[in-house]
Write a protein that binds this ligand. Structure first.
Ligand SMILES: NC(=O)c1ccc[n+]([C@@H]2O[C@H](COP(=O)([O-])OP(=O)(O)OC[C@H]3O[C@@H](n4cnc5c(N)ncnc54)[C@H](OP(=O)(O)O)[C@@H]3O)[C@@H](O)[C@H]2O)c1
Length: 417
């Protein structure tokens, strides 16, 4: 929906944009008062990273809500430490304190609480969609790690932001980098976005060797420690396709002006080329604490000593390589789905989520992930994307298609969107 994106609905807050810090009706600046943060997916990689940052920044932020899917033990520990008024556990049936909310609705409940100014959406997968929509409609800042939200429903997200006055600020390091480089310049001054990719654990692997890749191989990421799903997405390069689609919706840049370059050191987080030929990059140690903090404070900056200082000599040499798209077909499938628009990105995302789950369960090979995505996209092209219901139907059909193709029954951990 580049047209919708061009109109700026889902774009990160800029001066005067709806809900942008400083605009009328926007939450007060972080320097003025303590802001409430809901951390959705608090028990995951980004969630625990965010809580480390929030722990250091208690003078500026208060944790107002925490949610997890099923890890009640860690959630309870976090609740004892931060004492939020709202705690939600999506999957009921585990012992938990009586005042916790349960079920998938707790995500929307947390995202729309009056005391929440910022919804940090660190849920994995399409399950994060409704909380993003609800938070934006309620006028909140959504600090978005859950990139799948924008891939499944970029246009709906833009409409929700326009309707409620909320704003999205990206947590993904590449998009945080782009936001910091773009500043307040309009999309018309941007010639090209160049997203960096670490290349994942299989960067130097031949196509033949990739056929034999195991789950343990795929989970051995060279530079980032992340949740299992995004780590596999980094190995297939599906993650970079999700990020290109995310960038398209966030910054209103057409797909033919968004490129990917492999940068194994993960120090340059992305580049922005402007129409005059100047190129800006944002650089830093590969730690998600930096983009998490920036998503909370944008466009301001708060002093923070959590991450080791950047040492350019220690980071040297910085290298860049062409992406081997021919050996990582999930990337091209995702880019084609983004360009096709309609329900195709939602189908790509759901087929990928399901295929990765089956790969992690040992029921699908690494190479079959991309084949399953391609087959789902072929079989389901033309499905409607007119509203949330249609997109969820496309999501469900893609998951079912992948499971049937793999000869597997119902998913034991559905998207719960
Ligand atoms: N990790 C990174 O460095 C990184 C970087 C950039 C972007 N991201 C994005 O951030 C998101 C989270 O990634 P992650 O690596 O933090 O994942 P993760 O470690 O797997 O954590 C996922 C979190 O979401 C919860 N969750 C899982 N399924 C859920 C469902 N159906 N409904 C509600 N909550 C659910 C989990 O709860 P339980 O613990 O109870 O299962 C956990 O708290 C993803 O969209 C990813 O692409 C991650």
């Amino acid at each position: 929906m580049s047209a919708g994106a061009e109109e700026g609905g889902a774009r990160p807050g800029r001066d005067g944009a709806p809900g942008a810090p400083g605009a009328p009706g926007a939450p007060a600046s972080g320097r003025d008062r303590v802001r409430g943060v809901a951390v959705l997916g608090s028990t995951g990689s980004i969630g625990t990273t965010a809580l480390r940052v929030l722990d250091r920044q208690r003078h500026a932020f208060r944790v107002s809500a925490l949610t997890a899917y099923e890890n009640a033990t860690l959630l309870e520990e976090q609740a004892r430490r931060f004492v939020p008024p709202f705690v939600g556990l999506v999957r009921d049936g585990r012992p938990h304190p009586a005042d916790w909310r349960t079920g998938a609705e707790c995500l929307v409940g947390a995202a729309t609480l009056a005391e929440v100014d910022i919804v940090l959406n660190a849920v994995v997968g399409a399950a994060g969609l409704d909380a993003t929509l609800a938070g934006l409609r309620a006028g909140k800042r959504v600090a978005l790690a859950n990139k799948e939200t924008l891939v499944v429903a970029g246009e709906l997200v833009a409409a929700a932001a326009a309707q409620g006055g909320g704003e999205i600020v990206p947590v993904d390091s590449e998009h945080s980098a782009i936001l910091q480089c773009v500043g307040h310049r309009p999309a018309s001054e941007i010639r090209r976005l160049l997203l960096t990719a670490s290349g994942g654990p299989f960067r130097g692997w031949t196509r033949e060797r990739l056929e034999q890749a195991t789950v343990a191989d795929a989970l051995r990421h060279p530079t980032w420690r992340m949740g299992r799903k995004i780590t596999v997405d980094s190995a297939t390069l599906a993650n970079k396709a999700l990020e290109v689609i995310e960038a398209h919706f966030l910054f209103g840049i057409p797909y033919d002006r968004i490129e990917v370059v492999v940068h194994p050191q993960s120090v340059v987080h992305s580049f922005v080329e402007f129409i005059d030929g100047s190129v800006l990059a944002q650089v830093g140690v590969p730690s998600m604490e930096l983009p998490v903090l920036y998503a909370l404070t944008h466009p301001e900056r708060l002093a923070d000593e959590g991450v080791a200082p950047f040492d350019p000599v220690a980071a040297s040499p910085l290298t860049f390589e062409r992406v081997r798209a021919e050996d990582f077909p999930a990337l091209s499938l995702g880019l084609a789905a983004g360009r096709a628009g309609g329900a195709a990105p939602a189908i790509f995302n759901a087929a990928n989520e399901q295929a990765v789950a089956l790969f992690l369960e040992g029921r699908m090979s690494f190479a079959d992930i991309a084949s399953a995505i391609g087959a789902a996209l072929d079989a389901l092209s033309g499905m409607s994307a007119q509203d949330r219901g249609a997109l969820l139907a496309a999501d469900a059909a893609a998951r079912a298609h992948v499971r049937e193709g793999a000869g597997v029954g119902r998913a034991h951990r559905p998207a719960e969107v």
